[in-house]
Structures are given as structure tokens and as C-alpha cells.
Ligand binder design. Structure first.
Ligand SMILES: Cc1cc2nc3c(=O)[nH]c(=O)nc-3n(C[C@H](O)[C@H](O)[C@H](O)COP(=O)(O)OP(=O)(O)OC[C@H]3O[C@@H](n4cnc5c(N)ncnc54)[C@H](O)[C@@H]3O)c2cc1C
Length: 385
């Protein structure tokens, strides 16, 4: 694994003001859009332009390509605040930041220009790694890129690509030298409209405002200048920052679920008293509060360490611990909210079921629960494969 982060934040902001700005943005730009996007499973492209105007794409990117040169800490604040309103439109921003950073951290001047367009809101990118037989096991990627003169020819099938069919550029991991296994992989910035690229939506119960796609590459010709100087070890390094953002995403989501459930428990009456007056309900909300606060501390602790000059290998334990807790806690807290909603919680008249459904993806993506446990065990010195 690459033991170096490519860069540390150069600037700072007043974090309270920054959080307020993000919260106002989320209320104004996510609040009115997410329900229709969720119902129709169509990503609202104008949301992306609004994010770019607010400076929320490329928070950690360098200023010379339009970024803000801030840290993972500020990126996590933005993710948390957006996710309080909707975690799925928030994740569409996360995808831009992850794919964008591969372009500017490892790309040529032309690829940095693509990253500049991403940050300006003129180009939508998708991170194109997973395959039907390569989920958590990224080193099993089978998509092939073979040299043909000045170009590469790409063949393969990718699955679960968030915004795949909506994107302009697919930042795609492919095998360039099968004899070298995971060391023989490289990323390519592939124009989604290239001949031979086909995208078809996968119907999911989750992430519907930012849909996922199968992406088929059939003899797709990609110029050498679209090959990135990054492969398996760089995506593994990048997962550390992405996992902090995933933790922040679920922190915002569980806070929203807890706020809703607490309000419901202090309004809904049964047996002549508020349901929140029953100790069992009150205690379950108190327990949810503990989950939220523990996640908050671990997430921002991991972000702070990530932003410092500590080598990335020494923050893996912090990152995986935060990510595991966040993804476990969000399931518990949203199930608590659903239970407190009773029968009405199962209807479309209350948000409880949508909150619980959206949380179901938490245990799965960007390294499942088991993959985080494996990382934690290894960092603890256990001989765990
Ligand atoms: C909504 C959504 C959006 C996504 N967006 C993207 C995207 O934009 N780009 C992209 O490239 N991918 C994306 N993914 C893919 C996501 O990262 C994969 O789904 C994930 O890696 C899991 O892969 P899998 O479904 O093949 O599960 P598998 O890897 O088959 O895992 C199945 C089960 O086995 C367990 N397991 C696997 N290996 C081990 C092990 N060694 N030890 C113990 N247990 C193990 C897992 O924890 C899991 O419980 C997305 C997925 C979803 C659902």
C-alpha cells in the first residue's frame, strides 16, 4: 500500500461558519430535490451545479484547479450536514470528490483539466471499480486494457457504479498486465459516450436519487493520454479518506433519524401519555444518542489525524474504527426510529421507513463490516487474512 498521502490541507476556515453554510445549502438545495429524485430514481443534475457554485466539490482539492485546499475535516462537515437532509444526494458529491482526487493527484495536465471541470460543475465523474466477481475483493478486477498503438482497448463489465449512466467520465480500474496481478492495474479516464460503452441502471432499494449502473466496455478505444498514473494501491490509499466521508455520511443520517424519533416520541400519545414517557422508549433514544455521539467523536478524530502529517498507514486503525462504528450505529439508530414510528412508521406518511431503508447500504459499501473488522484486527497485530 502507498504509505503517503498525496497532500495535507493548506488552508483553514471557521468551522462553525462553514458548518452553518453547509446546513443552509443542504436545506435550500437538497430539501426541495431529493423526494422526486428518490421516487423517479433520476439524479437531479442541477443539484450538482448548485454544489459547484457553493464550493462543495473539491473541498480538499488544490486551489490552482478551483478547489478549496481544505482538509478531510471540512469535507466531513459538508458530508454530515448534507446527509442530515439526504444521504444519497450527499454521496453523489462524495463520488465527485473521490474520482476527482484520483484525477488531480495522479493525473497529467490534461487529466487535471478534467478535475478542474469536475470542480466547476461542468463534468460529472463516476468511480468505476466494482465488478460482478470483484466486490470487496478489488484485486480480482478482470476488466482488461490492452495496448493498441497509441491507444488502449478496454473490455469488461463493471457493476454498482453510482451515477455511471449519468456521468461524463468513468474513472475506471482495469488490468493492464495480468502477470503482475494487483500491481498490473491502472485507472483510465474514459469518456462515457465512447463507442462500446453501455450503461444500464440496476434497480436498488437504496441510493435511488444517485442511481447505480452496470457499465459494459466492449472494445472501447481509449487514448494513452487518458491513462492515469494510479492503480490498486492508490485506490486503497484513497479508501481511507473515502471511509471517513462515509462515516460522516452515516453520522448525518443517524442524527436525522434520532431527531425525528425524539420529536415523534414527545408528540405521540398512547395510554393517555406520551410514548417517550415510557422508559423503554426513552432509553432506546438515549442509547441512540450514545451511538451518534460516539460516531461523531471517532469520525472527526479520524479526520483530524488524516489531515495531520501522520503517514496514512498510521491512521488506518482510526479510519476503520470510525467507519465500522458509523455503519453499525446507523442501522441501530434507524431501526430504533422505525420501531418508535409503530404502524405509521411503515407508511409513506412518515420518514421512518425511508431512513431505515437508506441505512441498509451502510454495512456493504467501501469495505463491508467484515472488511473493516479485518483491517482493525490486522492493525491490532493479529495474523488475520
Ligand atoms: C448502492 C451502491 C452503490 C455503489 N457504488 C459504487 C461505485 O460508485 N463504484 C464502485 O466501484 N462500486 C460501487 N459499489 C460497489 C460496492 O462497493 C460493492 O457492493 C461492495 O464492494 C460489495 O461487493 P459485493 O456486493 O460483490 O459483495 P461481496 O464482496 O461478494 O461480499 C458479500 C458478503 O461477503 C462478505 N465478505 C467478502 N469477503 C470477505 C472476507 N474476506 N471476510 C469476511 N467476509 C467477507 C462481505 O462482507 C459481504 O457480507 C456500490 C454498491 C452499492 C450497493
Amino acid at each position: 500500500m502507498n504509505q503517503k498521502k498525496t497532500r495535507c490541507p493548506l488552508k483553514t476556515v471557521d468551522r462553525t461558519q462553514f458548518r452553518d453554510m453547509c446546513a443552509r445549502f443542504a436545506a435550500a438545495e437538497i430539501g426541495p430535490r431529493w423526494r422526486a429524485a428518490d421516487r423517479d430514481k433520476i439524479f437531479p443534475r442541477d443539484f450538482y451545479a448548485a454544489c459547484a457554485r457553493a464550493g462543495l466539490i473539491g473541498i480538499t482539492a488544490p486551489e490552482d484547479i478551483g478547489g478549496s485546499d481544505l482538509g478531510a475535516y471540512e469535507e466531513a462537515i459538508a458530508m454530515e450536514e448534507m446527509s442530515k437532509v439526504n444521504p444519497n444526494l450527499a454521496v453523489s458529491v462524495l463520488v465527485q470528490n473521490v474520482a476527482g482526487s484520483i484525477l488531480y493527484d495522479y493525473g497529467s495536465p490534461e487529466q487535471r483539466d478534467i478535475a478542474r471541470d469536475v470542480i466547476a460543475g461542468n463534468c460529472l465523474v463516476a468511480i468505476t471499480v466494482t465488478e460482478p466477481e470483484a466486490g470487496n475483493d478489488v484485486q480480482n478486477v478482470k476488466t482488461r486494457a490492452r495496448r493498441d498503438g497509441d491507444d488502449w482497448i478496454v473490455d469488461g463489465l463493471k457493476s454498482f457504479i453510482t451515477l455511471g449512466g449519468d456521468s461524463d467520465v468513468l474513472v475506471t480500474l482495469a488490468q493492464t498486465d495480468t502477470s503482475r496481478g494487483r500491481h498490473g492495474m491502472q485507472f483510465f479516464a474514459i469518456d462515457r459516450r465512447s463507442p462500446g460503452v453501455t450503461c444500464s441502471q440496476i434497480e436498488t432499494y437504496v441510493n435511488r436519487p444517485a442511481p447505480t449502473y452496470r457499465v459494459q466496455f466492449d472494445n472501447v478505444r481509449v487514448p494513452e493520454r487518458r491513462r492515469l498514473d494510479a492503480g490498486f494501491k492508490e485506490i486503497m490509499t484513497g479508501f481511507n479518506r473515502e471511509r471517513i466521508m462515509v462515516a460522516a455520511r452515516w453520522l448525518g443520517h443517524m442524527q436525522a433519524a434520532l431527531n425525528w424519533a425524539r420529536d415523534y416520541a414527545t408528540k405521540r400519545q398512547q395510554f393517555g401519555r406520551l410514548i417517550g414517557a415510557n422508559q423503554s422508549i426513552a432509553f432506546s433514544l438515549a442509547q441512540a444518542h450514545v451511538d451518534v455521539e460516539a460516531t461523531r467523536h471517532l469520525t472527526y478524530h479520524a479526520a483530524e489525524r488524516y489531515d495531520s502529517d501522520i503517514p496514512v498507514k498510521d491512521v488506518i486503525l482510526d479510519v476503520s474504527t470510525a467507519k465500522l462504528l458509523a455503519t453499525q450505529a446507523v442501522v441501530r439508530v434507524t431501526q430504533t426510529a422505525l420501531h418508535i414510528g409503530g404502524g405509521w412508521g411503515l407508511t409513506e406518511e412518515l420518514p421512518a421507513m425511508r431512513l431505515a431503508l437508506d441505512a441498509m447500504v451502510a454495512p456493504v459499501t467501501v469495505g463491508s463490516w467484515e472488511i473493516q473488522l479485518r483491517a482493525i484486527a490486522r492493525e491490532m497485530g493479529l495474523p488475520c487474512n
